[in-house]
Design a protein around this ligand. Structure first.
Ligand code: ATP
Ligand code: MG
Length: 388
């Protein structure tokens, strides 16, 4: 329900507006001064404020200034007495949505409130679109840079690899245990470097096997096959919920397999971090057709540690990791993000009940349609899988 805060020092007006606005199905809170208005604003977080300008103590303008300084999204409609045009203009300059003359015409006020709500909604939508675009642009730039760097690194890496092999066959070194251990350590780190370069290649989309019409369950079961021994070793229970006879989709099945493996590895790590190896860890792997018939969803649920609070917006960024040094490269989800982009699909995650979370990707059934992130999708996924 939309919340409106009415600030006015005249009790009669406050009460009248409250009664009328409640009849229009708004939730209404009241304050009798600017200072009190600020207090109620902080506590109730209203969507809209209707405020008198002239009030004893802190007036409406001062209150407006303070609220706008907080960077709040709230829209403020100011009420002015006769001759208050200058202050009304000042209010608009500070960021008020509109002003109205007293005595208040209630119908006009309602129209203004509706306009303010719409403006607020548009601004919020724009903000979220902008941040999605910014994210995509950022990932593109890093992808191009990464592809270049990864390519340049291939040659020196190959050279180092062959020098290391030569060293490890050298008699002097083979007889010096300490030296040999050191070289083996270099080799380990070198292998890690190789993995990072390979993933940067994948990230920039250079590892493409070609698109075919395929059942998503195929790369899912292939990915699981590669991971199943690991899940057993980590004592993680697995539940498979794959919908049968799914419509085929246009995919590069090795890339989709990579996405599933990335999800499974992350779920394994999250489970390991919460549970002892002996008990408790559970991973669900599933596929299903979306209710609206537009896409196929593949997802992994785990009951491991939650996504670290505050990192929700960063986990798809390249090189973002919360794992111990040497453990994660932070590329798994950004590689997967790019793969889904090239499939015209979407990738995301949502928290479920009982401390579980779902990482999912959705592939379009019609290969010519771009899927977009849709708030209804999270709700559908939640209602479908919340009860597992
Ligand atoms: N299932 C999950 N549960 C909790 N946190 C997760 C999960 N999946 C991803 N994350 C968070 O997202 C971060 C980024 O994941 P991503 O797969 O991109 O990188 P990584 O796993 O850290 O390293 P890499 O996959 O390159 O080895 C992780 O470090 C972790 O904080
Ligand atoms: Mg990962």
């Amino acid at each position: 329900m939309i919340k409106i805060l009415v600030v006015d020092d005249e009790q009669l007006l406050r009460d009248r507006l409250k009664g009328l606005l409640e009849l229009e199905d708004y939730e209404v809170c009241l304050a009798e001064s600017g200072l009190k208005g600020l207090e109620v604003f902080n506590e109730k977080k209203p969507d809209i404020i209707v405020s008198d300008i002239k009030m004893p103590g802190m007036d409406g303008i001062q209150m407006l200034e303070k609220i706008k300084a907080l960077g709040s999204d709230v829209e403020v409609i100011m009420l002015t007495g006769h001759g208050g045009i200058e202050t009304a203009i000042q209010a608009l300059k500070i960021g008020a949505f509109d002003y109205m003359n007293k005595p208040v015409n209630f119908d006009e006020l309602c129209v203004n409130i509706t306009r303010a709500i719409e403006a607020q909604k548009m601004r919020q939508q724009l903000k979220s679109q902008q941040s999605q675009l910014l994210q995509a642009a950022k990932l593109n730039a890093v992808g191009e840079l990464g592809a270049g760097v990864a390519h340049e690194m291939n040659q020196p890496l190959m050279a180092i690899a062959s020098h290391l092999e030569v060293l490890l066959m050298n008699d002097v070194i083979l007889q010096d245990a300490a030296l040999k251990t050191k070289i083996l350590k270099i080799k380990d780190q070198f292998a890690r470097l190789g993995t990072i370069v390979k993933r940067m290649h994948e990230y920039s989309g250079s590892r493409k096997e070609g698109f075919i019409q395929e059942d998503v369950n195929r790369p899912i079961t292939d990915g699981l096959y590669l991971m199943s021994q690991q899940l057993k070793d980590h004592n993680i229970e697995l539940t498979l919920e794959l919908e049968k006879d799914l419509p085929v989709v246009h995919i590069d099945r090795y890339q989709i397999q990579d996405v599933i493996i990335n999800f499974l590895v992350n779920a394994r790590d999250a489970v390991d971090e919460r549970h002892s190896q002996k008990e408790g860890g559970h991973i669900w792997l599933m596929s299903k057709k979306m209710k609206n018939g537009k896409g196929i969803i593949a997802g992994v649920i785990d009951n491991g540690i939650p996504v670290k609070s505050g990192s929700e917006d960063s986990i798809f960024n390249p090189f973002f990791t919360t794992k111990a040094p040497g453990k994660g490269t932070g590329l798994g989800l950004s590689v997967s993000y790019n793969i889904m982009k090239s499939h015209k699909g979407v990738i995301g995650f949502t928290a479920l009940k009982n401390d579980r979370k779902l990482f999912y990707c959705v592939l379009p059934i019609d290969k010519n349609t771009n899927l977009t992130i849709d708030p209804a999708l999270n709700e559908e996924l939640k209602s479908e899988w919340e009860t597992l």
